[in-house]
Every structure is written in structure tokens, then in C-alpha cells.
Write a protein that binds this ligand. Structure first.
Ligand SMILES: Cc1cc2nc3c(=O)[nH]c(=O)nc-3n(C[C@H](O)[C@H](O)[C@H](O)COP(=O)(O)OP(=O)(O)OC[C@H]3O[C@@H](n4cnc5c(N)ncnc54)[C@H](O)[C@@H]3O)c2cc1C
Length: 388
């Protein structure tokens, strides 16, 4: 992928923003297990960072997806995964379907203020009993005149304690599981929404993660994104940007942890020479650097295909799979080379180890990515035909 001066300008200005507005506060936010999303997103919105690929009619910059990839990769320079993840939810996970398929009225009401940083957005797909198996969600939205009445609940919702609205997947009929769902915008201050608890996690601590219940939550039917009944399909499309974003974001963090590990192991002496000067260590780091570049090439190729309008389901699944797997390998290897310091809670490599572990689980587990790739490659066994 060829980057232009504009890509580099975006990268440089975001790096400056991170060093000024985010990294100095990360330790405090990790400690508090939440960051001030409204205050930070307003600053990001004012700087134009929340809508680089969104239509200019709603305050976006109207650029192609390569700019989102540059942004995601650069966000990997934040000293922890929680804040970038919440930014990614705002820009590439909760809003792609709204931007592509939402009515003009809906985009004015929700997309525009989200790009401006006045609203914090979240995406509600997972439920306590249904994460990988999206088709099995139970939350339902029953029609009642011009409204939907929503009952059920969502689990592990990033920014859920602070968000103004949720892009919520719900069943809107009793039909077949892939054709009975809709994506509906649920303003989270609506009566009947309960932000039940902030979940305590092993990592991503600066990001708040919520369990949310819906008890007769009434929203207008015009809050449906696109066509009713198309929600499963639209969410699968929305996942493509989520997965490309996740791959690109992991690259920034991987580069950083490798760099920090080279610095640490160069300074630290064992058996009369630096840790880095032991062949196993510099060879292994060289191998991991090669793997990171391979992931970068895969991510950029997938992005090129996406920009030209191709269906990138297979590519995006490979990017997400490789990013999750490689983050675990790099985190584990680097932590090992940091020795006891690596095992300390406050060391950057241990935070990367904890935060990065989510990559193989969130937004579709590795096994789900493998199923998608196998299905598209024609190697996934078909379910047996029902008798009779
Ligand atoms: C910090 C955090 C933030 C999150 N943010 C959000 C959010 O903002 N919005 C949202 O909707 N969700 C969010 N999630 C939920 C996340 O997307 C789910 O956890 C994920 O999709 C996996 O679902 P599950 O946890 O129910 O695992 P399960 O579906 O119970 O799966 C458990 C394990 O089974 C295995 N498995 C799954 N499918 C297969 C298969 N086909 N073959 C073999 N093995 C398989 C995998 O190892 C998987 O990890 C978040 C989760 C976390 C932890």
C-alpha cells in the first residue's frame, strides 16, 4: 500500500495528540479502570480524528479506508490497549453500518454528533449466552405501533458505562436466525436501560466494559439501521471494518513492545553480556519482527482489496486471526526476555501481555475466524441434512 504525504500528516498529528492528550493520563485511567470518554472524544472529534472515512455531509473527512488503517496503527502507540479499543469502537465498530445503510435522518441524529465527539457510541452484539454464535442472541425488539419495545441484555460492552447510544443487534421477528435480526439504535438514557455493572477484567483496564439490561425499552421504529430483518447481514459487513481495524491497531502495539524489548534486553546484563547479545534472544526477536512485517503486508493487502470494493471477508478474517495469534506469541516471548521485570504488573510488557490477550477472543474468536476461512475455502464440513 502506498502512503501519501496526507497519510503521514494524519499519522504525525495523531502521534502528537497521543503524546499530549492521552499518554500522560494512561496510568491514572488504568488505575481508575475507566477514562473520560466524553472529554477525550470531544478533543478527538474537534481534531477530525473520529470520522476520517465517514461522509463529509456528516462531518467526516471522506477519505478511503487506508486512512483508517493508518489511524488504527498509530493508535497502537498509546501506552495500553483500552483507550485505542474504545476509539476503534467509536470509529470502526459501532458506526460503519450506520454510515453505510442508515437513513439521512438517523445519520444526522446519531452519526454527526458521534463524529464530532459529542456522543460516545458502543456496539451491542454479544450476550451472556451468545458471543461466538451471533445468530443465537435472545434480545428481542417487538413492534408496538411506531415503536420497538426491547427486552433482553448485552454483555461485555466496551464503553457501555459511558456511551450515549448503542448499535444494538436484536431479533425483530421469529423467522430464521439469519433473517430475523435488525440493527437498532438504542439511546442509552432511555427508560428501561440498566447499566447493571462495570466488569472487572485482566486487561484493557482503562476501558470500561459493561453488562446492560433492557426492560421494555421503547425506541421509535425509524431507529432501525437499513432494512428490518437485515441486521445479521449488516453486522457481518460491519465486522469487516472491525477486524481490519483490530489487525492494524495490533501492529502499532507489536512494533512498540518489540522496540521496548530490544532496549530493555540491550541494557540488562546476564552472564557477562547483554541479554540481547545472546543469540537465542536476537534471533527470536528478528523472527518476530519478520512475522510482524508479514502481518503488516497481509493487513495492507486486505485494505487495498477493501478500498477497491471487493468482499474482504476471507482477508479480514485472516488479518484478525493472525493479529490475535501473533500478539500472544510476541507478548509471551517478550515478557520472557524481560524476566522478573516482565512479570511486574506495572511493566509495559506485562500490560501488553494482558491487553493483547483479548485479540484472540473479542470481535470473533480465533476459532470463528478459522471457521469463516474454512467455509470460504470450501473445507468446512456441511451440517448433516435433516431427516424427513
Ligand atoms: C474486554 C472485552 C470487550 C468486548 N467488547 C464487546 C463489545 O463492545 N460489544 C460486543 O458485542 N461484544 C464485546 N465483547 C464480546 C466478545 O466479542 C466475545 O467475548 C467474543 O465474541 C467471544 O464470545 P464468548 O465470550 O461468548 O465466547 P464463546 O462463544 O462462549 O466461546 C468460547 C470459546 O469457544 C471456542 N469456540 C468458539 N467458536 C468455536 C468454533 N466454531 N469451533 C471451535 N471452538 C470455538 C473459542 O475458543 C472461544 O473463545 C467484548 C469482550 C471482552 C472480553
Amino acid at each position: 500500500m502506498l502512503f501519501t504525504d496526507e497519510h503521514m500528516q494524519l499519522r504525525d498529528s495523531l502521534l502528537k495528540f497521543i503524546e499530549r492528550e492521552i499518554n500522560p493520563y494512561i496510568e491514572q485511567w488504568e488505575e481508575e479502570q475507566i477514562f473520560p470518554a466524553h472529554a477525550l472524544f470531544k478533543k478527538l472529534g474537534d481534531a477530525g480524528f473520529l470520522g476520517v472515512c465517514k461522509p463529509p455531509e456528516y462531518g467526516g473527512l471522506g477519505l478511503d479506508y487506508s486512512y483508517s488503517v493508518v489511524m488504527a496503527e498509530t493508535l497502537g502507540n498509546i501506552n495500553g490497549g483500552g483507550v485505542p479499543m474504545a476509539i476503534g469502537v467509536q470509529t470502526d465498530m459501532a458506526t460503519p453500518a450506520l454510515a453505510k445503510f442508515g437513513s439521512d435522518e438517523l445519520k444526522k441524529e446519531f452519526l454527526e454528533p458521534t463524529i464530532a465527539g459529542d456522543f460516545v457510541a458502543c456496539v451491542g452484539v454479544s450476550e451472556p449466552q451468545a458471543g461466538s454464535d451471533v445468530a443465537a442472541i435472545k434480545t428481542n425488539a417487538r413492534r408496538d405501533g411506531d415503536d420497538y419495545v426491547i427486552n433482553g441484555g448485552k454483555m461485555w460492552i466496551t464503553s457501555g458505562m459511558q456511551a450515549d447510544w448503542m448499535c444494538c443487534l436484536a431479533n425483530t421477528s421469529d423467522g430464521p436466525a439469519h433473517k430475523n435480526k435488525s440493527l437498532i439504535i438504542v439511546p442509552l438514557k432511555t427508560k428501561g436501560v440498566e447499566r447493571a455493572r462495570k466488569l472487572k477484567k485482566i486487561g484493557m483496564n482503562s476501558s470500561d466494559t459493561a453488562q446492560i439490561f433492557f426492560d421494555d425499552v421503547r425506541v421509535p421504529r425509524r431507529y432501525v439501521i437499513g432494512q428490518e430483518g437485515m441486521g445479521f447481514m449488516l453486522q457481518m459487513i460491519q465486522f469487516q471494518e472491525e477486524r481490519l481495524w483490530a489487525g492494524a491497531n495490533s501492529l502499532g502495539g507489536l512494533d512498540k513492545v518489540l522496540r521496548l524489548t530490544v532496549e530493555y534486553t540491550r541494557d540488562r546484563k546476564v552472564f557477562g553480556k547483554s541479554v540481547l547479545d545472546h543469540q537465542w534472544v536476537h534471533f527470536k526477536l528478528a523472527e518476530l519482527a519478520t512475522e510482524i512485517e508479514a502481518l503488516r503486508a497481509l493487513t495492507y493487502t486486505a485494505t487495498e482489496h477493501y478500498i477497491t470494493g471487493k468482499d474482504v471477508t476471507r482477508w479480514a478474517s485472516m488479518v484478525k486471526l493472525k493479529a490475535g495469534r501473533l500478539s500472544r506469541e510476541v507478548a509471551d516471548t517478550c515478557l520472557q526476555f524481560w524476566g522478573g521485570m516482565g512479570y511486574m504488573y506495572e511493566s509495559p510488557v506485562s500490560r501488553f501481555f494482558r491487553d493483547g490477550r483479548l485479540g484472540s477472543i473479542g470481535g470473533g474468536a480465533d476459532e470463528v475466524m478459522l471457521s469463516i476461512i474454512a467455509k470460504l475455502d470450501g473445507t468446512l464440513p456441511r451440517p448433516p441434512k435433516k431427516e424427513g
